[in-house]
Design a protein around this ligand. Structure first.
Ligand SMILES: [Zn+2]
Length: 91
């Protein structure tokens, strides 16, 4: 079993869990650790917001089953705000 303490809950782990966090699939304990880390970490807040935004755009398009011009614009903007290159791994 993988045990994650708060002090060792690093950005790389938040990145891995962001998807499940957004889909509300995490156990409460893990979710609270993600929230607690993101509260103090602008990189992870941006990562989660960027991932959530991307998911919303894709899901909205899937519901419409079409890709109009504004969808492509939204997707481009979402991808631009999604900046894994700026991420750093910290302990
Ligand atoms: Zn972080």
């Amino acid at each position: 079993m993988k045990v994650i303490s708060i002090s060792r809950f690093a950005c790389s782990e938040v990145a891995e869990l962001a998807d499940a966090y957004i889909d509300n699939e995490l156990l409460l304990e893990t979710k609270l650790r993600v929230v607690g880390h993101a509260r103090n970490c602008i990189d992870c807040r941006e990562w989660i917001e960027g991932t959530a935004r991307l998911k919303r755009v894709v899901q909205a398009a899937a519901r419409r089953q079409e890709t109009p011009a504004h969808f492509r614009r939204e997707l481009r903007d979402a991808i631009r705000s999604y900046r894994p290159a700026t991420r750093r791994t910290r302990e």
